[in-house]
Design a protein around this ligand. Structure first.
Ligand code: PSU
Ligand code: MN
Length: 319
């Protein structure tokens, strides 16, 4: 089957995007590229684990034969492919905004630094012509959303861009059944790697069913291609359970989550600070073990995303 040209990953040039040499070259040569986010660096983990994890993710993507593109905003410009020094700055600077769709034009206009959430990264990678992205856990519907209306923008960007995002499910601090309902309403295809259920971030299963369990990375790449072929807006979400030896006991995770959620409610923490607050509280409550799990799962996701990106690049450009 000969595929139409629009499948081909090509780096697209706009004045508000700057590419690293490596990403630009990969784009021009149609090599597999994996997008990586920067909120996990600036607002998701403490220093120096944030920097070390960001660099480890890039090394994993390279070892699988793909090119990593960590995305952030520097002085109001979208940078696709942060350098080592820039990753260091994202790991240490305290003035970095957390950027989702609503924040992007503001940070650009004010020429500020911004860390991209899953939603911000989906927007930027789509502008850049990149299709595959690895994160830790996507944002979703928060617990108590029927009162607070706190639903992450991540779900709506997934519903409107032809991208494939590999995650360890949605973060367990969320209401997972409601998150899956919104994904369904948004028409996102939810796949699960070697598991019949949607992963639950710190632990391997939420017990909730997905649309397809798969074993071969190529099938995930083909689902993305089929969406593009059909002209369907929206993306593919790949749930990849945390490696067994690094997963947390679901009961232990849940106890820490409930304590942290109650604490945040009492301190009236909401909006964009809520997720970073919960993640750091849970790290304290678990004596650091949740952070080790978080690092292991995001590394695991980078590896699978790179395998899928390699299949995708082969499929759109058969030799
Ligand atoms: N995955 C992690 N750690 C994180 C995130 C994902 O392992 O910190 C970030 C992502 O950038 C995601 C964001 O988009 O958390 C969700 O924030 P919110 O709930 O405010 O939409
Ligand atoms: Mn929110």
């Amino acid at each position: 089957m000969k595929l139409p040209k629009r499948h081909v990953e090509k780096v697209l040039f706009y004045p508000w995007i700057r590419y690293s040499k490596e990403v630009e070259q990969a784009g021009l040569e149609d090599k597999p590229i994996v997008a990586l986010e920067s909120t996990i660096i600036s607002h998701g983990m403490p220093y120096p684990m944030n920097r070390d994890t960001a660099l480890a993710l890039e090394a994993i993507v390279r070892s699988e034969g793909a090119v990593p593109a960590t995305i952030g905003m520097i002085d109001g410009q979208i940078v696709v492919g942060l350098s080592r020094e820039e990753i260091e700055s994202f790991s240490t600077r305290k003035d970095i905004k957390k950027v989702s769709r609503r924040d992007l034009p503001i940070v650009m206009a004010r020429k500020e630094w911004g860390a991209m959430t899953v939603s911000g990264t989906i927007i930027a990678m789509s502008m850049a012509g990149i299709r595959v992205f690895a994160t830790g856990g996507i944002g979703g519907v928060h617990r108590g959303a029927e009162e607070t209306w706190d639903v992450s923008r991540d779900l709506y960007e997934l519903g409107s861009h032809n991208v494939l995002v590999v995650c360890a499910g949605a973060k367990a601090i969320l209401d997972l059944p409601k998150t899956l309902e919104v994904l369904e309403s948004q028409g996102v295809s939810v796949l699960s790697y070697r598991s019949p259920t949607f992963a639950s971030f710190y632990s391997r299963s939420s017990g909730l069913p997905v649309d397809l369990e798969f074993d071969d990375p190529e099938i995930a790449a083909r689902v993305l291609m089929a969406r593009i072929e059909l002209g369907l807006t929206g993306g593919v979400l790949v749930s990849n359970p945390c490696p067994v030896e690094m997963a947390m006991d679901p009961k232990e995770a849940e106890t820490a989550i409930q304590t942290a959620v109650a604490d945040a409610k009492q301190r009236k923490i909401h909006g964009k600070s809520l997720t970073p607050y919960l993640l750091s509280e849970i790290t304290k409550l678990t004596g650091g073990s949740s952070l080790e799990t978080n690092i292991a799962l995001v590394e695991n996701n980078a590896r699978l995303a790179a395998k899928i990106a390699v299949c995708y690049a082969k499929a759109v450009r058969p030799e």
